[in-house]
Write a protein that binds this ligand. Sequence first.
Ligand code: 26W
Length: 822
Amino acid sequence: IWNEFSKEESTDEATIQKSFIRHATKTLARSSYNMDQFAAYQATAHSVRDHLIDRWNATQHCHSVKDPKRVYYMSLEFLIGRTLDNALLNLNLKDHYKRAIGGIGFTIEDLVDEEVDAALGNGGLGRLAACFMDSLATLDYPAWGYGIRYEYGIFQQKLVDGYQTEYPDYWLTFGNPWEIQRLDVSYDVRFRGYVEKYVDVSGQTRYRWEGGEKVVAVANDYPIPGFQTKNCINIRLWSSKPKKEFDFASFNEGNYDKSVEEQKAAENITSVLYPNDNHMVGKVLRLKQQYFFVSATLQDIIRRFKKTSRPWSEFPQQVSIQLNDTHPTLSIVELQRILIDEEGLTWDEAWDIVTHTYSYTNHTVLPEALEKWAVPLISDLLPRHMMIIFELNLYFLQRVEKLFPGDRDRLRRMSVIEEGHPQYVRMAHLAAIGSHHVNGVAELHSELVKTTIFADFVEFFGKEKFVNVTNGVTPRRWLHQANPGLSTLISEKLGGTAWLKDLSQLDKIKAFADDVGFQNRFMDIKYKNKIRLAEYVKDVTGVTLSPDALFDVQCKRLHEYKRQHMNIFGVIHRYEKLKSMSKAELEKVVPRVVIFAGKAAPGYYTAKLIIKLITSVANVVNADPQTSEYLKLIFIPNYNVSVAEILIPASDLSQHISTAGTEASGTSNMKFVLNGGLILGTVDGANIEIGEEVGKDNIFFFGALTAEVEDIRHHQMYHNVAMDAKLQGVIKSIQSGRYGDSVIFEPLLGTLRSDYYLLSKDFTPYLEAMERVDAAFKNKSAWAKKCITAAASMGKFSSDRSIQDYAKRIWKITPVPTTEEF
Ligand code: 26W
């Protein structure tokens, strides 16, 4: 009976409609006269979810029978976005559902738009984790993602008087059809308490962590279907619950507040995602989140490992754990603790297992982003872990001392503990010491990792431990789903959709770069995508855009190192130049639409001022009839994955203009080029490798090189260097009050005095690069050729390639396709 009825449902129109109506009436308790568009979305989602669950179960069954080595991707962030459209496409059910839903009187595109984003991440790191899950599923790897089920995702951004204001993102208001709560999968997590020393039966001195308070971690599973495979993997997100629901003693004493206090405190742990990107803030609750996540995940991994009763020594052959930045680094300490305190292994046996299990990805070398936690804070929250950290640091420094006798400064530099009042734990050092591989996310970044933050560690461990895995993006979401027009054109030319699982095949599209017919179709798709974006912009800002203009986009988290202020200064320069032009001169100008989008961390004052400057300039520029044909300026509020899906396919040019050496990789740069746009960028991060692939004629590079940056900074600091004349002009114009009360912008303009991010040095080269862009855009056919060639050169930047790199070189895992019998 089980086999008979658990088979995956068929996908003919009538069955889909039946399933839709069954969910509408039975799951949602709706009726035909009470079905709005949102309910229709929910019913559709539940119906699609049934397919996911079937495949998920089959995959799990297959993996437990075959028991292969698995990889566990631990990440505090997963920036998934919407699921419905992506699931339909990956399951190859889009057309079936389109017809079936159409038959019931709804349009699938409308329903897709009803879904709220799962925005459990800040930016690049979180979205990378989501792309990686798509690739792991698509390539049939036995993998799990582990994370936190925040009740509030990244805040919603609204503009009030041109300023960013933040609103809570309570994304679960109407339930979430894509998650399956597993009340049967839960673990206790301890905080605080004390450490007891005792002698065990064999006379060994041992420690145990006792007392304190416990909270419960409950699993919530998010199925991730692969593209054109039966495999469906899982992201397990933990939510916190109180251990005891209610303190009856306090309640009976009439102390109502206290009776719910603990409950509230427990639930708080997974309540909100910290909104900082590339900036460390040492909040206790954040450390609690990290340990809560680490403890629950390890208990789950160990339970799975123990099912097959292998000896502990085989753990690293069965389990590979990837740390997505240092945020889950306590996992290293926690595994060591479990092995020595609970499983009775010796220190050395345990450490050998730990260091053959973990690997760590570094995503930034910016000093302010490197995590360090105050020793007193860790001691209070996790007393046993603090002991273990000191102990492993001691053993580590003894090894360093042996290799470099008497080198006190080296010991100080390499120590896990930063000396001071208070002392701090350097999480990156802990991660590097406890891992068998450390990787950066693009060639340049991986070099910087080796020569800056981990230079001493390379000398100590050898360079083989430090590797590069260049980031990638999933072509399923970022081309097939976001740009169906272009995906269809490519499939037509390549004779099928196989390229979506092997992006290197895109190369064959280069053959059409000179074909005028192909160029026209390619650019017509771009044009339609620009119309789609213009409609969206009209909707959210009221501003009308002409799709004939050059669409120039910079969308990413607001940060001084990303230099959105250089972009807006450039816009001011352009605007004022337009104002000085004669009619005849104006007629030769390439019309431009400059679009910004992105969130600033709520406490990042300068970043928020940059937003205010952009919106202030936009108010003036967009209201000026003299220039309105030639320049429009837009700030799209609340940038998220769904907005990116509209924005990226519609850009002609995108800007990735970080000061050289600061952007580890960037991943939207890859998405833009894949969608037939060109990059204006600095010689930084993955821009460099994109340049190598597309060729120097198909990317606009400018600016100081990484190797020059330090000298330029030094020079600026000690030799009264005058600010770039054009930049001075822009500053003067802002100070004239032309864009509103200039007093509010003074703190932003003040940053240009020390100019750490080299805006002045790069400003003229930036404007010159812009002129090259304008000139190139005038030749429609040549521009189309550039875009086609560039897009067709992007094979390397599929996250499938990144994942295969990790799997072969670091994780040592192989694909396990779920076969028919499961
Ligand atoms: C502790 C505060 C904090 C929070 C988040 C520090 C650092 C982060 C992330 C590592 C920031 C981040 O998302 N970094 C980005 O990672 C992307 C994926 O590798 C890269 O493409 C970006 O260049 C990098 O900025």
